[in-house]
Design a protein around this ligand. Structure first.
Ligand SMILES: Cc1cc2nc3c(=O)[nH]c(=O)nc-3n(C[C@H](O)[C@H](O)[C@H](O)COP(=O)(O)OP(=O)(O)OC[C@H]3O[C@@H](n4cnc5c(N)ncnc54)[C@H](O)[C@@H]3O)c2cc1C
Length: 471
């Protein structure tokens, strides 16, 4: 009997795969979606979904501890760590089950379980192995995502450590946690564990946290977390870990010489590694970089016609919403008019509390690119609603092109910053000048008024209502 043949095979049921598979199947294509582990990929199973669920528990604990500020008495706040994890697991399970039944109920779509790997190509198209089975496909979409990148630190392999892929399965709250890496995942997890009750130390090899954010923002984020008792060591490269009798010694090199930190548990958050090393890409001639990234053209086509790439493994912004938008690009290329491409405004958020909502480029990136820019900044402490709800930490910064008056980028470090930044996302997508927001009527009292105040600061024109109110 001939091997099953599909019009399109999608490898990986992460953030682009499922929606693309159902869309192509509904358009009459015979589609296979292959998943070797859990549908929903990183985001649903150990990334966005459970981290945001436990961060919500941590925020409740934090607010309960602040009750006195609001005139309330909550004498003790006790964390039931296992219950916190269980709540997150249930949310993950519901999400994964919902996705599974959606996929299983879609006509023309086969959900195949197993590791997929190319075995070459022939007159039938691309040949693949899925577990023990063999299939062939006219076109293939790679959506295999990433896993935690574990650096070659001496002794690390000999101890059990936490990382983005296994933290949800670790039932004990670490007493003293050292997080290696002060990027987005490291910062979010640092605040979560701290609010649960762990002592937390973050070791970061760069001179600032939060990767390529502007230094004023990175330093504000660090100070906010320090105010909750999180310790940071910058310019600190971890060289060695040793464990004895439940205690871990972390040795690092710094400009000033070697230093060491004690821990009871380690969380490695040093980046992501593309899942392309066991895909048989060489059998069909797809090029991948040393880090496994398959860099596509702006239509998300690889260097091999008929093989597409979506999500984290294409390099660039690694987020659920960008992976999801990749589905729309490939859909547009396979069954649409081909007009949708990677030319898009990219937003993202860091889900610390306050959150950092970001869109477009930073001030540093704009200046490096030789752009003439105007900067607007507004501190949340001057916003009425922020004072009323006791959320005055953070600031808003907008980067405006001095010639066109269009927004090039914005950072909203504020309570619900990830929601608020959408006002700027819309403005950038509309390619409208900043005065559209400046001249609009905003509701008072809202945090959104602070976004208007930030663009008003660019204009250096008349005061906004709330600025006048806070003089
Ligand atoms: C801790 C953490 C928190 C995060 N929080 C956020 C957030 O708040 N917001 C946000 O936007 N992003 C967040 N992200 C990033 C987000 O999870 C990813 O950008 C997103 O999941 C990428 O989707 P993807 O489809 O490219 O890959 P994935 O979601 O990783 O899916 C890839 C799938 O492919 C499968 N697979 C791999 N190889 C094969 C193979 N050979 N055969 C069959 N199947 C295979 C994998 O099992 C996996 O299910 C977070 C990530 C982490 C780790």
């Amino acid at each position: 009997m001939d091997d099953p043949h599909f019009d399109v095979v999608i490898i990986g049921a992460g953030q682009a795969g499922p929606t693309l598979a159902t869309s192509l199947a509904k358009a009459g294509r015979n589609v296979a979606l292959v998943e070797r582990k859990d549908v929903g990929g990183s985001c649903v199973n150990f990334g966005c979904t459970p981290t945001k669920a436990v961060i919500a528990s941590a925020r409740v604990a934090h607010l309960a501890r602040r009750a006195g500020e609001f005139g309330l008495r909550i004498p003790t706040v006790e964390v039931d760590y296992r219950a916190v994890l269980e709540r997150a697991r249930q949310i993950v399970l519901n999400s994964r089950k919902g996705l599974e039944s959606w996929l299983e109920g879609t006509k023309n779509l086969s959900l195949l379980r197993g590791h997929a790997r190319f075995e070459g190509r022939d007159s039938n198209g691309f040949r693949l192995r899925v577990g023990e089975a063999r299939i062939s496909a006219q076109q293939v979409v790679l959506n295999t995502g990433t896993r935690s990148l574990i650096p070659p630190i001496e002794g690390l392999k000999n101890i059990g450590f936490l990382h983005a892929g296994n933290w949800l399965d670790a039932p004990e709250l670490p007493r003293r946690l050292v997080i290696i890496g002060g990027g987005y995942i490291g910062l979010e997890m640092a605040q979560f564990y701290r609010r649960m009750g762990s002592e937390v130390v973050v070791l970061e090899s760069a001179e600032q946290v939060a990767g390529s954010e502007d230094p004023d923002l990175a330093s504000a984020l660090q100070k906010l977390l320090e105010s909750e008792g999180i310790e940071f060591h910058l310019n600190t490269r971890v060289e060695k870990v040793e464990s004895s009798a439940g205690h871990i010694k972390v040795t690092a090199s710094r400009k000033s010489g070697a230093s060491s930190v004690e821990a009871t548990q380690i969380f490695v958050a040093t980046g992501r590694q593309a899942n392309t090393d066991d895909l048989g890409l060489e059998t069909v001639g797809v090029n991948a970089s040393n880090h496994g990234i398959v860099e596509p053209d702006k239509r998300l086509s690889t260097n091999v016609r008929g093989i597409w790439v979506a999500g984290d493994i294409r390099g660039g912004p690694m987020f659920t919403h960008t992976a999801w938008d990749d589905y729309r690009i490939i859909e547009s290329q396979i069954i649409g008019d081909g007009s949708r491409t990677l030319e898009r405004v990219v937003p993202y958020a860091v889900f610390t509390d306050p959150q950092l909502g970001r869109v477009g480029i930073t001030e540093q990136q704009a200046r490096k690119a030789g752009r003439k820019v105007k900067i607007g900044r507004f501190d949340l402490a001057r916003n009425g609603k922020a004072n009323e709800v006791g959320e005055t930490s953070g600031f808003i910064k907008v980067v405006v092109d001095a010639q066109s008056d269009r927004l090039l980028g914005a950072a909203v470090l504020a309570n619900e910053g990830a929601e608020l930044v959408h006002i700027y996302i819309d403005l950038m997508n509309a390619r409208a000048p900043f005065k559209v927001i400046r001249d609009a009527v905003f509701i008072h009292p809202t945090l959104a008024e602070a976004l208007q105040s930030a663009v008003a600061a660019v204009a250096e024109r008349s005061q906004t209502i709330e600025e006048m109110a806070h003089r």
